[in-house]
Ligand binder design. Structure first.
Ligand code: NAD
Length: 521
């Protein structure tokens, strides 16, 4: 941990508002020092055999597995989410990601032989190597404080990089606990460091001497981070916000889809990038769909996340509750109707907000224009599927989307018309837990990918190696040029590309002449 600066950040229990720990924010100088230390450590870590790097990650996997319930409890304490979600969506997904990378990573990181296409290069041997970038800076949000930063961290470390991680100022303890587990696992000093702090620490990391940034957070902050990366011409992965649509077709299984939408919107108290944020239902089934959703929402249990029967915990902070209230007030002022919920629950704690179902919503309202990051579910009837698709794409975001239908073929065809990084048919949110699925967005939801093979490759630089074993033949294309060479090259183009067999055959003697050139310098 990098410590001792004047500015403080706090771990607060969102269920009670109790401040239970304070940390120093790392200063820009401390961030620079961490990056320098990471660079020095990477010099040994990068060239270490992959089996050594994998062994450390295997130890880390064991440590996290053995401590899974404690880690889940810590996540609940700092983030507020129900214990079951902390276990399944954070710890189990993280373990799965590590296991997946341990299984396939060494294979994918191996150099690959690349056969040459051009006849003139056929005798050479070529390879694509996947080399580490150096130091990767990871900046992460609070809503999945373990799973989100860990996916990138594990990929980066396995690929031979060092990592400096700036966690959200709201969820420092979870990441510091992760750092402890890495040390226990035998990760060499400096390969993984945590720079605690708020946005200014994040800005210092983005401006520091790193080789890549993996940023997960809001689009507004993402623009600042991308600008800092552009100054230094370093690559970035941008995992930004979303306003995921759910399209409900008339042939849907109503019971299944209504349970699905409730989980897809309200799990993690609605604070997921890929949560269902706008629902479009074909009008034939709109009324029974809404009635069933309301009936089911009324049965959800709000409470502290550490109670095993809590379905929905608190939101993270007062500011998030206030933004949600403004979005809801805007909709109601413009004619929307609240069918259930719609209020804070100060009797439970300072940041509790009821799961809320909203109808009579239109495109002028913030709830359809902005990302809503809390338990607020707007449901809109649509004439037909074309209107649903038009609504779905009418947002700057394009993270993911879901289509709910019994006709899988039709659903698959519709998925091609949706502008998003991922489309799920008959489920939502769970794709982020599929460690093999490349995760990332389209449009203002970002670029680059985490998880899956793509996520590992993001942590490498492609390095091409070309070996010519023939050391006595000068290349036909070397100096000096003359009219004869031009003529031979022209025939060689025929040999390579002409559609006429006769032209190709006729070009052979002159093409071979290229090998017998006499006019080299
Ligand atoms: P945020 O943008 O406020 O903060 C994200 C991180 O950036 C934090 O660590 C913060 O301290 C840091 N930061 C703030 N200012 C910075 C600056 N100027 N330079 C560098 N770093 C800075 O986002 P948040 O409120 O923590 O998270 C919620 C947002 O994240 C939502 O929009 C959500 O959709 C998005 N999100 C996206 C994904 C995804 O995979 N696409 C996943 C989770 C969350």
């Amino acid at each position: 941990m990098i410590t001792s600066s004047p500015s403080k950040i706090q771990s607060i229990d969102p269920a009670t508002g109790e401040v239970w720990r304070e940390y120093d924010s790392a200063t820009p100088q401390q961030v620079q020092a961490a990056v320098a230390k990471a660079r020095a450590a990477q010099k040994n870590w990068g060239p270490a055999p992959i089996r050594e790097r994998a062994m450390v990650l295997r130890n880390f996997f064991d440590a996290l597995f053995n401590r899974r319930m404690e880690m889940a409890a810590l996540i609940t304490r700092e983030n507020g989410k129900p214990a079951a979600e902390a276990l399944i969506a954070e710890v189990i997904v993280s373990l799965d990601i590590i296991k997946y990378y341990l299984r396939y990573g060494p294979l994918w990181l191996r150099p690959q032989q690349l056969p040459h296409q051009n006849l003139a290069l056929k005798m050479r041997r070529a390879y694509v190597h996947h080399v580490p970038l150096g130091v990767v800076g990871i900046i992460s949000p609070w809503n999945y404080p373990l799973m989100l930063p860990l996916g990138g961290t594990v990929a980066a470390i396995l690929a031979g990089n060092a990592v400096v991680l700036k966690p959200s100022e709201f969820t420092t303890a979870v990441v510091l606990e992760t750092e402890k587990l890495f040390h226990e696992a035998g990760l060499p000093e400096g390969v993984f460091q945590v720079a605690t702090g708020d946005g200014s620490t994040g800005a210092a990391l983005a401006a520091s001497d790193i080789d890549k940034i993996v940023f997960t957070g809001s689009a507004a902050t993402g623009k600042k981070v991308a600008a800092a990366a552009a100054e230094k011409l370093i690559p970035v992965v941008m995992e930004l916000g979303g306003s995921d649509p759910m399209l409900v077709l008339r042939d849907v299984n109503l019971d299944h889809a209504t349970s699905g939408v409730i989980w897809g919107r309200f799990m993690n108290c609605g604070q997921s990038c890929v949560a269902v944020k706008r629902v479009f239902v074909e009008q034939e089934i709109y009324e029974p769909f809404v009635a069933k959703v309301v009936e089911k929402v009324n049965r959800l249990r709000l409470g502290p996340g550490n109670h095993p029967e809590t379905d929905i915990g608190p939101m993270i902070r007062e500011r998030q509750v206030a933004i949600l209230e403004q979005q809801l007030a805007d909709a109601v002022a413009k004619g929307a109707k609240v069918l259930c919920g719609g209020k804070r629950r100060p009797d439970l704690g300072p940041f509790f907000f009821e799961p809320t179902v909203l109808v009579d919503v239109d495109a002028e309202m913030k709830v359809l224009q902005e990302e809503t990051f809390g338990p607020l579910l707007p449901i809109v009837p649509v004439r037909d599927i074309d209107e649903a698709i038009a609504f779905a794409n009418a947002t700057p975001y394009g993270l993911s989307a879901s289509i709910w239908t019994a006709d899988l073929k039709h659903g698959r065809a519709l998925s091609q018309r949706i502008e998003a990084g991922a489309v799920l048919i008959n489920d939502a949110v769970s794709h982020v837990g599929a460690c093999e699925a490349p995760h990332g967005g389209a449009k203002a939801s970002g670029y680059g990918r985490t998880h899956g093979r793509d996520g590992l490759m993001e942590m490498t630089r492609t390095k091409y190696l070309d070996i010519d074993p023939i050391t006595f033949l000068r290349k036909p294309w070397w100096f000096r040029y003359d009219a004869n060479l031009l003529q031979q090259l022209n025939r060689f183009a025929d040999l390579l590309f002409s559609r006429s067999l006769w032209a190709r055959l006729r070009s052979v003697p002159e093409s071979l002449g290229l090998l017998r050139r006499k006019t080299w310098v």
